[in-house]
Design a protein around this ligand. Sequence first.
Ligand code: NAI
Length: 338
Amino acid sequence: MKTAFFEITPSEKETLKARKDLGEPLFFSEEMHKVSPVKFRDAEIVSVFVYSQLTAEVLKKCPRLKFVSTRSTGYDHVDLEYCRKKKIVVSNVPHYGENTVAEHTFALILGLSRRTRQAYIKALRSDYSLDGLQGFDLQGKTLGVIGTGRIGLRVVRIAGGFGMNVLAYDAFPNSLIAETLNFKYVPLERLLSDSDIVTLHAPYTPQTHHLIHRENIGLMKKGAILINTARGALVDTEALTLALDKGWLSGAGLDVLEGEDLVKEERQILSHQYSNEKLRTLLQTHILRNRDNVIITPHVAFNSRESFMRILQTTMTNILAFRAGRPENTVGLPPAKR
Ligand code: NAI
C-alpha cells in the first residue's frame, strides 16, 4: 500500500527510510493541504502531524485513501465524520509519554513562577540586580487541573512532588483516582476561583471550544496564572488578553495558540483571504507575544528525544496493524462499525 508521510522532519525521514517494511513511502516536509495532490494521489495510507488540515476537501484529493495515521494524540485536525462516511480508518498515538507534556507544563509554570524569562534577559544584559525578579513558591499553592486523562494525571502527580494542593475538573471524573492521588474534583467555576494556577489538559471538541471564556475568566483568582498545553482554542484569546491587561491574571504559559496554523503561515497572510475573526485572533496573539508575563512555546510540549522515538514506533505499529487487517489505536467509530 502506497504510504505518504507529511510534515516529516529530516530526522524522522532518516529513521523511517531505514524501515524496509514500509515499501517505498513518499515523504513531504509540508502539510498535506499544501502539497499538490498529483504527488500523492495514489496513496492509500497517509501519516500527518497536527498542522495538516485533513478536511473533506483535502481528503477528497486522495481517492484511494483507506487509512490516516496521525502522529499526535489530538486528532481535531481530521474530519472524522468524512472518514466515517468514506470508511477511512483513523489512528492516533494515544500515549507516547504523558510525562513529556506534563514536564513541559511545569517548565511553563516554573518559567512564570520564578520569572526565568525576565531573569535570563537581564543576565544577557549583564544586569544582575534583583529588580522585578521576585517569584513565588509552588509549595502550598493550589493547582487547578482541567482534564484528568493521561497528561492531566501526570501533572497531578508532579504537583504532589512540589507540595501543591490539587483541584480538578473533568467531564468524566474518576473518584477512585482522586482518592488515590489525593486531589478533589470540583465544578469548573470553583476550580477557577480557588486555584493559583490553572492548567488545561482536555481535548479540543465542540464542547471544549472556548472552555475558558470572557465570563468565566473573570472568576479566576486575582493574580492567577493560566497554562495551556492542550489546544489553543480551549481558551478565548481575546478574553485572555483582557484578563492580562486588567491584571486579573499575572501571567500565562502557552504551548498552543488559537489559530496556530495561521500564526505559522503569517508570511502568506497577504496572499490569502482570511475572515476578520481569524485576523483578529492573530492580532491578539501578537499582543500576547509581546507581554513579558506571557511565555509562548511553539507547540513543542511533546517534543523530547524519547517521545519522538515512541511516536514513530507507534505510528509504524499503527500502519503495520492496519495493513495486517487489525487496526489499532483507532479514533472515531470503532473499526467494527466502519
Ligand atoms: P486523554 O484523552 O487521556 O485525557 C483527556 C481528559 O479530558 C479525559 O479525562 C476526558 O474525560 C477529559 N475531557 C473530555 N472532555 C472534557 C470536557 N468537556 N471538559 C473537561 N474535561 C474533558 O488525553 P491526554 O493524553 O491527557 O491529552 C490531552 C490533550 O493534550 C490532547 O487532547 C491534546 O490535544 C493535547 N496534547 C498536546 C500536546 C502538545 O505537544 N502540546 C501533546 C499531546 C497532547
